[in-house]
Design a protein around this ligand. Sequence first.
Ligand code: UD1
Length: 353
Amino acid sequence: MKILHVVGARPNFPKLAPVHRAGVARGVEQIIVHTGQHYDEALSASFFDSLGIPIPNFNLTVGSGSHAVQTARIMERLEPVLLEQTPHWVVVYGDVNSTLAAAVVASKIGQRVAHVEAGLRSGDRSMPEEINRLVTDRLASLLLTPSRDADERLRAEGEPDDEIVFVGNVMVDTLLRAVELSGLKRPATIAPDAPVAVTLHRPSNVDDLARLAQIVASLREVARTRPVIFPAHPRTSAKLAASGISTDGIDMRGPITYEEMLALITRSAAVVTDSGGLQEETTVLGIPCFTLRDNTERPVTITEGTNQLVLDMSLIPGLIDSIDVSPMRRKVPEGWDGHAGPRIIDALLSAQR
Ligand code: UD1
């Protein structure tokens, strides 16, 4: 069997690594295409190095642009690669523009698409990722789901049962491996001056300057009592710089590596974020997580994990003050066990026959 992985943006890389490793173990022929959606060392190459992913066979170097421009460039440059490679499966990950573009190109030339992280829905079509998820799932012929709610959602949308395979959360494979390799452990008690780790990059938070100002004001209030460490995405740094919003008191940093982020959240009292990945990672590690969004496509992080949506930004300081710093009791969702990568390769092998 020959599979061709298409990845492009930071959250794709920790999902690719375990699938690629499991493919190597099973002797599967694998090609990696990097679209170049993310290109900075800190958002891309550093992840390939630290996660042990080989250098991509193809880099389409599409770079940044509007959604239409970026998606179109990926489609145009990917098509000849797929026509030349003729894989049994084109495997796409998550919900970024690279995921959508690859699913459209592959399915139109009759190549079968497998979607890792299928079936997640926020119900909010103002998010570009929601459009990417909906279209990718309609086109994919193998829907590899991370949680049971995703199976139900896909069935309710009319996807046939035999195309839906529950495999669990592949990003957790990477997380548990990194925890084991690093020996990092969450302290039994979290010091009262332990930091709060912050990440924000969603357009709904950072492109709306009034909202961004509110969030930053609340974080500065938190910073009066404990360190607030904020490794900012380039989109967010650019918005902050252009708007002149003061971040005084907040420890602003550039993007950090996967290992640095893991070390930071492990020692943090709590995480404040709008990232999908961090909602999941904090659930597995038992770290309180406050998600600055009106909705989440990852409901098990709320019903079973440590995640809480925050709709009113002025509540952030009070929520941080009232967290229970003793290790949180939580349930880790089914299939978030470190073995999703091999299950994905098994599913691809059996659906190929
Ligand atoms: C993308 C994904 C989002 C994901 C996020 C993780 C889409 C629609 N969005 O958002 O789902 O959560 O990645 O990071 O696919 N930039 C750089 N260097 C880079 C890449 C981008 O400086 O290597 C800057 C550019 O100014 C660019 C902006 O960041 O215009 C946004 O990049 P883009 O890939 O369009 O979206 P993200 O916000 O990164």
